[in-house]
Ligand binder design. Structure first.
Ligand SMILES: Nc1ncnc2c1ncn2[C@@H]1O[C@H](COP(=O)(O)OP(=O)(O)OP(=O)(O)O)[C@@H](O)[C@H]1O
Ligand SMILES: Cc1ncc(COP(=O)(O)O)c(N)n1
Length: 231
């Protein structure tokens, strides 16, 4: 029997099911890797915004991470909302040396601030130096002090016209981690992750879920054959 690669997401939950852990695990499932998850924060969130954030205590984050690293030995790690500078430092210490995709979640699509200046400083000092690739959006790139390097891919939206873009950053970085775990080089994985998100945005472009910016489709694939992801 051939096992699927194991990828772990370290991120917050989104009660609306669009971003964070929900986006990550469904994207992993869509792309054929086994997803494990370390929850860093619980957010009360929907398509209109973030109502409340409850960070998980550092020792509980560390216990989840230890459990996954010791038992499942993931080939790749994807980070999303890390909620505090101490969590950023923990992840840098424990995950250096693996395929490490860092989506430095600091500002949500809705504009909600999900990471403080201290979190941004910890990313700069501890996590970016050990990342395989980092995927800040333009606001996050600025908040991080415009980090340089071939492994910083600034994400910039794209051509699909839709209001249903909640979760695109999480879906994109999870797809990137999945393709790297499946053996792609960085350039190929990045191209496939872009194509995957574009296809998924196309699938959900006319959905009317919620009253705000709806979720990008993570696993639904009803799409014209011409919009397929490259093999
Ligand atoms: N309208 C779109 N059409 C096609 N592709 C898109 C579109 N919006 C987003 N993408 C894809 O998703 C990626 C991530 O999008 P974006 O930068 O908007 O995410 P974000 O939610 O701001 O990111 P973060 O999680 O870092 O906060 C883009 O690089 C692109 O590949
Ligand atoms: C728990 C959590 N993690 C990440 C994001 C960012 O996602 P997006 O930028 O697509 O809104 C979010 N809104 N909530």
């Amino acid at each position: 029997m051939v096992n699927p690669p194991v990828v772990v997401t370290i991120a917050g939950s989104d009660s609306g099911g669009a971003a964070g852990i929900a986006a990550d695990l469904t994207t992993f499932a869509a792309l054929g890797v086994h997803g494990a998850c370390v929850v860093t924060a619980v957010t009360a969130q929907d398509t209109t915004g973030v109502r409340a954030v409850h960070p998980v205590p550092l020792e509980v984050v560390a216990a989840q991470l230890d459990a996954v690293l010791e038992d499942l030995d993931p080939i790749a790690v994807k980070t999303g909302m890390l909620a505090g500078p101490d969590v950023v430092r923990l992840v840098a210490r424990r995950c250096a040396g693996r395929i490490l995709v860092v989506d430095p979640v600091l500002v949500a699509t809705s504009g909600a601030v999900l990471g403080s200046a201290a979190v941004a400083a910890a990313y700069r000092e501890h996590l970016l130096p050990v990342a395989t690739v980092a995927t800040p959006n333009e606001d996050e790139f600025e908040a991080l002090g415009r980090p340089s390097g071939a492994n910083v891919l600034v994400t910039r939206g794209g051509d699909i016209e839709t209001d249903n873009d909640h979760g695109t950053g999480c879906t994109h970085s999870s797809a990137l981690a999945s393709y790297l775990a499946l053996g792609d080089d960085l350039a190929t994985a990045a191209a496939r992750a872009d194509a995957f998100v574009a296809r998924q945005l196309h699938v959900s472009r006319n959905w009317t879920l919620g009253r705000g910016r709806g979720p990008v489709a993570h696993v639904h694939t009803s799409v014209p054959p011409t919009q397929g992801v490259p093999a």
